[in-house]
Ligand binder design. Structure first.
Ligand SMILES: C[S@@+](CC[C@H](N)C(=O)[O-])C[C@H]1O[C@@H](n2cnc3c(N)ncnc32)[C@H](O)[C@@H]1O
Length: 214
């Protein structure tokens, strides 16, 4: 049997074939193969932002192109748009160029969500196509990290790919499994189907808002 090369894991996969590795995403951003990218701010999130009366300190993990961060900059929300792929970060900096600068409330950071620390307490983590980009073996760590980063009363809001799709990314999560991950630390405030999904998520995406318990 062949031994794995220095660049391969025991299953024979190279980093650019493993979604837990930045190379996987760099390759796709570099090739312009980004079927998950909505190219706009989805409606439910735009409505959520419009309904808030004060700016929220926000984290966007796995921000990709960072369309939503443009909206948050326009609303002066202190926002960290974070991605571990340097190519994605470069893309986000391009999309955000009109709103970045010394007076901007938005930072684009190249970091791993599982290592990054916030210097100030967060009010919101915005989710879109991040959990479903993570291999299932990382989901418990994701839930733990989200709970660690959000103080009591803060919210996790966004889009969840709720279906049985085993092969991914995007990896589907069943409603009961998502509830099992989040219910120990969060209460679900909103859960409804999404009307403006792009084709890869259509009919299988839900807008949800979860609030951190004490
Ligand atoms: C499917 S894309 C979604 C991008 C964006 N949220 C959107 O909706 O277009 C997943 C993103 O998560 C990033 N990502 C995956 N694992 C990460 C991690 N551990 N830390 C930070 N970013 C990560 C990838 O680099 C990629 O840009």
């Amino acid at each position: 049997m062949d031994q794995p090369t220095a660049n391969q894991t025991a299953d024979g996969k190279t980093p650019d074939q493993r979604p837990e590795h930045p190379d996987f995403w760099c390759k796709r951003f570099g090739a312009g193969t980004t079927p998950w990218d909505a190219g706009k701010v989805p409606d439910d999130f735009a409505a959520f932002v419009a309904a808030e009366t004060t700016p929220l300190r926000t984290l966007i993990p796995g921000c990709g192109s960072g369309w939503e961060a443009v909206l948050l900059a326009e609303h002066s929300w202190r926002t960290t748009a974070l991605d571990f792929s340097p190519v994605a970060v470069e893309r986000a900096r391009g999309v955000l160029a009109p709103v970045l600068g010394p007076a901007s409330t938005v930072d684009v950071v190249c970091a791993d969500f599982f290592q990054w620390q916030s210097e100030t307490p967060l009010d919101l983590i915005y989710e879109r196509a991040f959990l479903c980009a993570l291999p299932r073996k990382l989901w418990a760590d994701w839930a733990q990290r989200v709970a660690e980063l959000l103080p009591a009363g803060a919210r996790l809001a966004g889009y969840f790919f709720v279906c049985e799709q085993l092969k991914g990314p995007p990896f589907g999560i069943e409603a009961a499994q998502l509830a099992e991950l989040l219910a120990p630390h969060f209460i679900c405030l909103e859960d409804r189907p999404v009307a403006d999904s792009i084709p890869v998520f259509a009919g299988r995406e839900r807008w949800q808002v979860w609030q951190r318990k004490d």
